[in-house]
Design a protein around this ligand. Structure first.
Ligand code: HEC
Length: 119
């Protein structure tokens, strides 16, 4: 009895670990369509708070970039300004990223739009 229980636990742990690995391995490929360089910058500077999927770390309460309402209520100029100057807990990136990189980042964030909105 004991033995089979530990076998089940070991199996369960293996499934958990491998699905987490698969998920992280699958992520970088997704951003590629938005331009490899920008996706890499996003991963480096933004993903620790906004996550690779754009939904963001819940504990920080950042906006959900995949939310159609959020996308519709923000202009490109606003998004670019907030990336440059920062907002509350988010640091500004004007010393880290060039204006061109910030504009590319705005496009990358638009790339999180739900499919129904992309036309
Ligand atoms: C330290 C965590 C952190 C990092 C790193 C970070 N952000 Fe944020 N970001 C936040 C938080 C928190 C908010 C919500 C701020 C608020 O509305 O009070 C936010 C908000 C935003 C917004 C929405 C601003 C608006 O108009 O409401 C955009 C766009 C954004 N981040 C883009 C980025 C990009 C692009 C990067 C990387 C270059 C980045 N963030 C890096 C935490 C972070």
């Amino acid at each position: 009895m004991r033995k089979s229980l530990s076998l089940v636990l070991a199996l369960f742990a293996t499934v958990l670990v491998s699905s987490a690995w698969l998920e992280s391995a699958a992520q970088p490929a997704k951003g590629k369509s938005a331009g490899g360089g920008t996706a890499a910058l996003y991963t480096k500077h933004c993903a620790k708070c906004h996550l690779e999927n754009g939904k963001g770390l819940e504990s920080l309460k950042p906006p959900d970039f995949t939310d159609a309402k959020w996308q519709a209520s923000h202009t490109n100029a606003q998004i670019a300004k907030d990336i440059r100057d920062g907002k509350d807990t988010m640091p500004g990136f004007k010393d880290t990223l060039s204006a061109a990189q910030i504009n590319a980042m705005v496009k990358h964030i638009r790339g999180f739009k739900p499919k129904a909105m992309k036309k």
